[in-house]
Design a protein around this ligand. Sequence first.
Ligand code: B3K
Ligand code: ZN
Length: 859
Amino acid sequence: PPLIRREDYRPFPWLVPEIALDFDLGLEATKVTATLTVARNARADTSQVIRLNGDGLQPLSVAVDGELVNDWTMDGGDLMLPLPGEAHEVAIVTEIDPSANSQLMGLYASNGMLCTQCEAEGFRRITFFPDRPDVLSIYRVRMEGPKAQFPILLSNGNKIAEGEGEGGRHWAEWHDPWPKPSYLFALVAGDLVARSDSFTTMSGREVALNVWVRAEDLPRTGHAMESLKKSMKWDEEVFGREYDLDLFNIVAVGDFNMGAMENKGLNVFNTKYVLADPETATDGDFDAIEGVIAHEYFHNWSGNRVTCRDWFQLSLKEGFTVLRDQLFSQDMQGEAVKRIEDVRVLRSVQFPEDSGPLAHPIRPDSFREISNFYTATIYNKGAEVIRMMRTMAGPAAFRQGTDLYFERHDGEAATCEDFVRAMEDGAGLDLTKFRLWYSQAGTPKVSADLSHEGEVATLTLRQQVPPTPGQPAKHPMPVPLKLALFDRETGTHRGEQLVMLDGAEKTIAFEGFAQPPVLSINRSFSAPVSIERHVPREDLVFLAARDDDAFARSEAMQELVVGHLVAAAGEGLDENERSEGRAAIREALTAILVDPGLDDLMRGELMVLPGETYLAEQMLIADPGRIHAERESLKAWLAGELGRELRDIHARASSVPYSLDRAARGARKVKTLALSLLAAGDPERTADLAAGQYDAADNMTDRQGALMVLAGFPSAARTDRLIDFYRRYRENPLVIDKWFSLQAMSLHPDAIEHVKALRQHEDFTLRNPNRVRALYMAFAGNPHAFHAASGEGYRMIADMILELDPINSQTAARFVSPLGRWRRMEPGRAALMRGELERIAAATGLSRDTREQVTRSLG
Ligand code: B3K
Ligand code: ZN
């Protein structure tokens, strides 16, 4: 497949101001008539032919200005149609089989309903069209089908007409007044019911809101609706963005390749990000739903009103919208905890991506399959880059920048450069050098050294941006670092300051320190860099106990543990070093467990030990077996040392009754965290405690948490509760997904065997992406099983990729990256991982998605 390059962008020679789509709906056969109004694009090169993208389509008929024509040709899947004049009407008929569409791109069947997914290039699987984001059209959609089968007919915009036909058929016509690219088109037809509500916008317009689900799911839609209303209000207050249609529909679909999709006025969601009640959804699920609903809603401005010129600009909408949803969730759920969680995701997913074979800038220069670029880099690092602009400008100036961006580019397909310019003009920033963050891949490494002489503390900062594929040499980038210097006697500092590291090195002198101060740096994670701070261990213990920046406090705790475990799993520790390292961690953790000033949600964050992927990331060459063993042994030691404190927390938290408020959610969080630490020290006693928590649970958070711990070691309680859980929830696919996941993630020594057995379970299917991810993403994220020294974990993932690829290539390709980490593994595992990648590469008929990822990973 060809390499598509950003620099090759050319505007499309034709405009398509209007399109009328007529659907004759059927699960096995849907006939589509597309009527396009086309006119020459004065801003582009002229062409005598129009290229209409298609993927697996055959035209049944083609007409130009009402006359059937046959002078068209096919180029690959695309239809090439000669057009001699300035403006024409083109009408094309195609027929598709939604029931055979296992890729879940284009129009497909899910549970007897029909729905669409078009981003990025799915529209071309429905009809021939210039399927690129810079061609904007007004859509009119008519659909007709059997009423009993498809009582609800939805598309973008407003319903303008509907009626009954003969033989139990009915039809509806929809019109979307806002010009949009084809990737934002959507259609849904099925037997659905809605939770309905309304929202009055800041200018007093009333918007009808619906969350559409299957009848049995209706009781679990309340949280989604509340989240939607909060998002609408927040976007008005914080970004000045008002909704622009009289109707907003959300539809939940059980078979979906990702989280959700922001189609104009008709968001289509994975059921996982809509349905929730305390009995079946965890606190984490509630938060995720709120965040994803907000994200898709926010796209209405950052993505839909202002869209992307081409797919290289993807981060323009995704990075910005992730930042918007993060800021929203910070306001809803609490700033510190949300920030810590977002940084944890960045570090455990994006940092490895940025240091591996798939590294790419947030604005890539080339790709073969765009679906492979919906990455943590585009999304999460993209959000961090815009967050840095906000940090440098301050919230008020940042808002002026975004206002200018929306005002300048409303109705346009814009570029990342447009965004940066609006920020310069609106927020008053000079981003000349900062633009490097868009073009350079790789996580900058910043070292911080603090020296002290007389009354002066001197901070020396140095940065280095590591080489990445295709980018051997890098320039230093502007890095905004928030920092504070603590007086170690009083435990206070003189105020936080923002320091710009704008070259390779910078030295700053701070006067008036009789004693060497304690350095708190990259507070609130002001820059997405990895900091090497050369400070004594007691400084980290100090900060872990008293830093007033909650993020920096958690950071100190993490660093303490990371430093210890990386040394232990790397060159090794002698007995003395080991006991000193452990003692420091115990001291810091004790302070956290008993600190009455902490609320439990925050305490929970501070109790989370760094994950094994992140630890491996800190080592040049990692031995996952040793990392796992060292981390488990630290947990066991801590459990022994702090058993009483942990059991006290568990008992105290267990007495808090269920509610969704902060205190109760915090109690549930520390309860299960205490349990999982205790489990490492005393499995037998903890099994009883966990079984008790399971049996007493009146909510999914407690129940799942207890079962997760139980699943980790052989016991009768484990088997009993796994069977009970399955029986209780067998009718609820989202909960059964959890059942698959928690076994695949477990610390149980036989986790590999369990996954093999689950693959054969009657409820497992490769056709449902949620189920595939539940089993195999969980497994690939379970280091002791995935990295089994035998290579069996690698083989299982490779087998699954090969089996899934012909069914759903987009989902299959997502599993390549865990194998792509081979270069950073000890030689034995590296060879095994590489071997599996080569086996995949040797397969014939591999999809473009998987082919690209495997080739890059071996590269
Ligand atoms: N924009 C969609 C993602 C589409 C992914 C296509 N492979 C959801 C989102 O980011 O909001
Ligand atoms: Zn998005």
